[in-house]
Design a protein around this ligand. Sequence first.
Ligand SMILES: *[C@@H]1O[C@H](CO)[C@@H](O)[C@H](O)[C@H]1NC(C)=O
Ligand SMILES: *[C@@H]1O[C@H](CO)[C@@H](O)[C@H](O)[C@H]1NC(C)=O
Ligand SMILES: *[C@@H]1O[C@H](CO)[C@@H](O)[C@H](O)[C@H]1NC(C)=O
Ligand SMILES: *[C@@H]1O[C@H](CO)[C@@H](O)[C@H](O)[C@H]1NC(C)=O
Ligand SMILES: CC(=O)N[C@H]1CO[C@H](CO)[C@@H](O)[C@@H]1O
Length: 696
Amino acid sequence: MSAYIVGLLVPLVFTLLLKNSKAGKRRGLPVDVGGETGYAIRNCRFTSPVQTAWEGITTLAELFEQSSRLYSDKCLLGTRKLISREIEVSEDGRSFEKLHLGEYEWLTYGKAFEAVCNFASGLAQIGHKRGERAAIFADTREEWFIALQGCFRRNVTVVTIYASLGEEALCHSLNETEVTTVICGHKELKKLQDISGQLDTVKRIICMDDEIPSNASVEQSIGWSINSISDVEKIGRENPVDADLPLPADVAVIMYTSGSTGLPKGVMMTHSNVLATVSAVMTIVPGLGSKDVYLAYLPLAHILELAAEHVISAVGSAIGYGSPLTLTDTSNKIKKGTKGDATVLVPTVMTSVPAILDRVRDGVLKKVNAKGGLSKRLFDLAYARRLAAVNGSWFGAWGLERLLWDLLVFGKVRAILGGRIRFILSGGAPLSADTQRFINICLGAPIGQGYGLTETCAGGTFSEFDDTSVGRVGAPLPCSFIKLVDWPEGGYLTTDSPMPRGEIVISGPNVTVGYFNNEEKTKESYKVDERGMRWFYTGDIGQFHADGCLEIIDRKKDIVKLQHGEYVSLGKVEAVLSVSPYVDNIMMHADPFHSYCVALVVASQSTLEDWASKRGIAFTDFADLCEKEETIKEVQTSLAKEAKKARLEKLEVPAKIKLLSNPWTPETGLVTAALKIKREVIRKTFSEDLSKLYAH
Ligand SMILES: *[C@@H]1O[C@H](CO)[C@@H](O)[C@H](O)[C@H]1NC(C)=O
Ligand SMILES: *[C@@H]1O[C@H](CO)[C@@H](O)[C@H](O)[C@H]1NC(C)=O
Ligand SMILES: *[C@@H]1O[C@H](CO)[C@@H](O)[C@H](O)[C@H]1NC(C)=O
Ligand SMILES: *[C@@H]1O[C@H](CO)[C@@H](O)[C@H](O)[C@H]1NC(C)=O
Ligand SMILES: CC(=O)N[C@H]1CO[C@H](CO)[C@@H](O)[C@@H]1O
């Protein structure tokens, strides 16, 4: 009985605190930055932008050296042991590779630092000269981190390239930056060999896998020297070379972003740029320290992951490497009956992108719906009770009741990610309010949502852990000033009521130097005001809430004028329509030549096939089902329903749609590695389908 009273009291107090923090807490404050008319906000707790969180530390090389001294015996890098690799053949004859992975094997901070120093020495010994650039072209893994830190110790600028980048873009980035050493995996080496004729500046390859393809003619015919990373470390260990440390203003990384249009642009980031972001994020994740374990699986060639791993390694936490295809027990590449990365690592902190969290949510809902009956009712009840609590109601599920629901319902969901997650950092794109709530409730962990761009070194805004609102991206990071600037053409003004709206522009020590070798584009997007502050123009449209938090509401480029002059915001409509259970992915299309919009819809195979079998509709395969008149009608009805719910204008709803049966993955080149759709590429690929949609 008394336990129950305590169980009730604790949450009561908690609710009061929560209400307090929710209602009035100011997180951002207006700041006078002069210059162009606009409405600027800074972080409440810091009057001037944070440059570094550690006294005397000004570069990433110094930061890592400091950590390896402070946490010498703590685990830093963990990789799972490969037990076996098997090929499984499915019923329809396709074969899949399945992995059986074992426990994590760890490298301490001290040992990792040794490997980094050896790599740095080895790099010099195999002929990489001062002033030359190196590229890292590989999936996220332990060796990536070691090679990166090794390059930093030699003041070598690292060019980063998405492992899934296409040939043309790959050639372009290596050519443009005149890279002489490429550090890559076995798989990527094959890609490089295919285009070796076009890579004039590459002289040597460092392969992260020990099994270098035993093709003697490769070295001879192409003229590259190929070493494995362990060879390079060995050479370095036997012939040490003094470090050649960089200055804060030296360029650390040139990051090629998988842009949604044209060739990728290389964003130059200095050591002080990245350090400012890392320092700012540090101040915001609560109690991060040496007890934390971080699951790393997003591309390290993305600033979100790069910054996250620097934060983790700066505070003495451990980084366990995984991959999106081996993340959970049921992931595609995990051999049946064996364990996924999360189950083995049991991480406490993760980063994610909205597309992955959306998938987790859909997966859980699908399972719940499939079970039906009592399970589903129990889940719905638990969810509603927790939602009420999270929403600030005293009568929601707190205390003992919360424990009960955790035990009965949410524990199973949590177990998917190991069961110990206490913080998720989401970035890359705005997370839908629905998904944020869902993950919040099911995992019981807060989601910190960040907003930033490669160009601002991921600096921008960050929603604080005690901010329980959804759909917003938080207040400016301590390293950033955020300003809204009028965009009259799109109808967004800083004088709008109830909230100022406009194009988001970002300033601070975090704003990068510009695009490599692209003065024109740099001038277009980076502007210096009369006070000498540099601002990056994001092209995103936002509004500021009264507490100083930012909400992203639109994107400049995605707004298209229809024939009669009405504007349609493609991104906004896509976000609404993608909630339909039949939609796996969607791209809206509109242009000034027509009075209505159309859409390409990647159909969700399982939901549509379920629907078809319930209706007794016969079909040969999924592609066939997607062609059927009645299927298209059903999906359109569902889209119309979502549109109505979100109160879209009639002309914002696609008048015609084409159902596609093949998913859009980064490998197809139709979406970026962060799973954002690439409009131009999709438009080109499906140009015939689009013109057919307009034809009749
Ligand atoms: C680091 O390398 C860059 C580019 O080669 C060079 O301009 C800079 O002077 C170097 N920094 C130091 C401290 O040597
Ligand atoms: C890279 O440079 C070489 C020689 O300058 C050229 O032949 C090749 O077409 C270039 N490739 C790209 C993608 O620019
Ligand atoms: C070795 O590499 C060369 C050049 O890439 C290629 O032409 C040849 O077919 C390869 N040989 C074998 C046995 O794989
Ligand atoms: C949660 O609270 C918001 C406003 O505080 C309200 O609009 C919403 O309907 C509430 N949701 C539930 C499920 O109670
Ligand atoms: C490249 C860049 O914008 N650097 C700026 C970083 O921030 C400091 C202090 O705010 C400025 O002095 C730099 O010019």
